[in-house]
Design a protein around this ligand. Structure first.
Ligand code: ADP
Length: 413
């Protein structure tokens, strides 16, 4: 079954093609093809790669974002890295939808009603939900009624206990939908399943803290396979310090800045694009650059690293307190998977809980692994984020269910 996954980021549009055969292997298989359009300042870079290693890499010009999806679809069937002779070979198209609100929590086949519900959540995730709807409509135009599936980044957190979901503002906020939704749910959920597999434990018996540290950063407290707390909230701005996002700051700063004459749009721009690692270091949103500048003695890079770690440690401790224990701490996404410095610094203050990482194992790279010492009271895992594969797996399940339902219908007397 050929499944295309579309994933719209704030500054990138990604697409991956999987070819699943029955039975599905328990752990992820490589994509048959993947492509990405990335906006880098005034440059737009299109990259695609297929499983035989053919690569297409071009700086290009593009109009509005929907053109990026069209370009990626074209690259599937044309050019150096093409893998299909026609788009009609696709069986299902899956979409990562950042915010499904309280209504849309489970992976679902996209219908007119589902599109309306996604549109109604757009004001809460303007950069993402609009781009995702464009992607759905482009596929409709090019491929008619192919099965399209929406998988929601908020879905995994939709069962947060009320105490974790409700903001301590006026109760009226809750009626207006102002509550904590949480994000990165597709990967937090995948990591919880993968951790149980690596530890050979029943997921129902595990207390996990998963640290998704990429351009966006969030933590989840997972008990028995369910998210019981997370650091992102109403928007993906709450919680940890990130590449260009501030994470949580005193809301009084915002009212102070508004009184000083800043507009809401200014604040949006400052908090989302000019803060975090970039804002403090003045150098870069990329942890690699921050660490290397810190090692060369740059004081602001050092401060950025220290604030990042301070907030990460506090967040991990808060998640562990919610869980009242922690069997394993999981690091995932760009920084979590690749930065031995961040993992070592984050873990060093948890020795009092009996957590110890093995410095040699922490320096290894490659496959999913346990980097704790044999005697550590808490396992420490590094798990490669597999958001797109997890979305493809949901598409596979829904497609099989749809086929079974059709079969049953035909077989009924
Ligand atoms: P996204 O959240 O957009 O999916 P990723 O999960 O790919 O992003 O994470 C991207 C970030 O990962 C980069 O901005 C960079 O800070 C960080 N990163 C990637 N490789 C390394 C590395 N070797 N060391 C430290 N940080 C890294």
């Amino acid at each position: 079954m050929k499944i295309l996954v579309l994933n719209s980021g704030s500054s990138s549009q990604k697409a991956s093609l999987y070819d699943f055969t029955d039975p599905l292997p328990p752990s992820p298989t490589a994509a048959l093809w993947d492509g990405q359009v990335e906006w880098q300042g005034d440059r737009v870079v299109l990259q695609t790669r297929n499983s035989t290693g053919a690569i297409l890499n071009q700086a290009t010009t593009l109009g509005p974002r929907p053109e990026a999806t069209v370009r990626l679809l074209d690259a599937l069937t044309r050019g150096q890295a093409r893998v299909l002779s026609s788009l009609s070979e696709l069986d299902v198209v899956g979409h990562r939808i950042v915010n499904g609100g309280q209504e849309l929590t489970q992976p679902t086949a996209i219908t007119r009603e589902v599109k309306t519900a996604i549109r109604s959540m757009s004001p809460l995730a303007p950069l993402h939900n609009r781009a995702e709807l464009d992607g759905i409509e482009i596929i409709e135009k090019r491929m008619g009624d192919v099965l399209q599936v929406a998988v929601f980044d908020t879905g995994f957190h939709s069962g947060l206990p009320e105490a974790a979901a409700v903001y301590p503002g006026p109760y009226e906020w809750l009626r207006q939908g102002i509550r904590r939704y949480g994000f990165h749910g597709i990967n937090h959920q995948y990591c919880a399943e993968r951790a149980a597999q690596l530890l050979a434990k029943d997921p129902a018996a595990l207390k996990l803290v998963t640290c998704h540290l990429g351009n966006g950063c969030s933590l989840a407290a997972i008990q028995g396979g369910r998210s019981v707390d997370t650091t992102m909230g109403f928007t993906p701005l709450e919680g940890l310090m990130m590449g260009t996002r501030s994470g949580s700051v005193d809301p009084g700063i915002l009212t102070y800045l508004l009184r000083q004459g800043h507009t809401g749009q200014d604040l949006d721009e400052i908090l989302n694009a000019k803060s975090g690692l970039l804002g403090i270091s003045g150098l870069s949103a990329d942890m690699r650059m921050v660490v290397s500048a810190m090692q060369e003695g740059n004081a602001r890079a050092k401060l950025a690293f220290e604030v990042f770690i301070h907030r990460l440690r506090s967040g991990i401790a808060a998640m562990a307190a919610t869980l009242s224990g922690m069997d394993a701490l999981v690091f995932t996404a760009g920084i979590g998977e690749n930065s031995a410095e961040v993992r070592a610094a984050a873990c060093s203050n948890f020795a009092f809980l009996g957590l110890a990482i093995d410095p040699a194992k922490n320096l290894t790279s490659g496959s999913d692994r346990d980097i704790a010492t044999t005697h550590s009271a808490i396992r420490v895992l590094v798990i490669h984020a597999q958001e797109d594969w997890a979305i493809a797996r949901e598409c596979w399940k829904l497609s099989l269910a749809a086929k079974a339902a059709t079969q049953k219908h035909y077989n009924e007397p």
